[in-house]
Design a protein around this ligand. Sequence first.
Ligand SMILES: NC(=O)C1=CN([C@@H]2O[C@H](COP(=O)(O)OP(=O)(O)OC[C@H]3O[C@@H](n4cnc5c(N)ncnc54)[C@H](O)[C@@H]3O)[C@@H](O)[C@H]2O)C=CC1
Length: 369
Amino acid sequence: MPLNPRLVKESFSVVEPVAEKAAGYFYGRLFTQCPHMRGMFPPGMEVQRDRLFNALTRVVWMLDSPEGLASYLAQLGRDHRKYGVSPEHYGAVGSALLATIRHFAAEIWTDEIEAAWTEAYAMAAKIMIDAAAAETTPPWWLAEVTDHEPRTRDIAVLTLRPSQRLDFVPGQYVTVQTARWPRVWRRFSIANAPRPDGSLRLHVRAVPGGWVSTALVRHTRIGDQLLLGPPVGTMTPPETDRDLLCVAGGTGLAPLKAVIEHVIASGARPNIHLLFGVRRACDLYDIPDLARMEAAFPWLRVVPVVSDDPAYDGMRGRLPDVVERFHSWADHEAYVCGPPAMVNETVRRLQSSGVPLARIHRDPVQSEA
Ligand SMILES: NC(=O)C1=CN([C@@H]2O[C@H](COP(=O)(O)OP(=O)(O)OC[C@H]3O[C@@H](n4cnc5c(N)ncnc54)[C@H](O)[C@@H]3O)[C@@H](O)[C@H]2O)C=CC1
């Protein structure tokens, strides 16, 4: 039977408003049916629940764009190897998912909707299973912390050396697990373009209640080992030599720095504006490094922007406002990364000021605590 994206989307839109409940129901079904699968997940399931729905939402809304969907699902399949997922698990997940959607969309449920979900899930599972089976890189990497620089009270920049070669594209992120929190994986963007020594830099803010981020900022030392999942993400460098606008909110700077490093190393000479927004001047955690990049590449202009510090003697304001009043970006390729609300608003303003959506790069998946 052919895919029926419309029926899947319509029924999913009934479940979306009760996503949290639905995710709880889904895991309840899954673990009752397959108690041994509980051990594959961390003790606290809150982030996992969000993740399930973020991924599901993305898949459902991409059903009409098969190419983008296939590449997203393939990345997801490769990434799931680090949890020890094997093809048998997909059947159990599929039946728990179907039971969940059926339960929460009961009012509109029909045989056609059931068939549409069955078909869509079978297609998605096949892409994930095939991609995982075809992958030759490790499911996860051990990485040694070779440097740990506290930059502010809450932010540290870590340098890691993976024990095996880890290929990635600038702008991608990895998931990280610390010895302190087994089975808890959190995403952090790689903050550099690939280097000859294979090292990776991460920008980490310890957020309240953030298990992994707090462990990385406050309890991690040089010589410690971390686990890294496969690199994922689609916010990769531009394929044109158009001028670039990069809008970074806080540690959302990390992937944009990687993209800029890549563009500089490629030998292209576009003008690059990097607007680096923080709340207070003391949060400008990477200025010395950015100033070095600026000095070495005259086409790069770094503009620190501070939103909540009236005493700051430089550019002040909210990033979306500053972007809008700066000048026209209509001819630029734009990259936006940071807190989701900031990203959404900046993208909207760029669009309404004439930057086509196809030229605005963002990663719908944000990093977590
Ligand atoms: N660490 C990493 O590797 C990555 C982090 N991120 C995300 O970047 C964000 C960084 O957070 P923080 O450093 O705590 O940044 P923050 O909360 O201190 O804010 C940074 C900037 O965004 C602006 N901003 C915040 N909320 C806004 C809103 N609602 N509307 C308009 N502007 C707003 C602030 O004014 C400031 O200029 C997190 O959401 C994180 O998930 C994204 C990708 C990679």
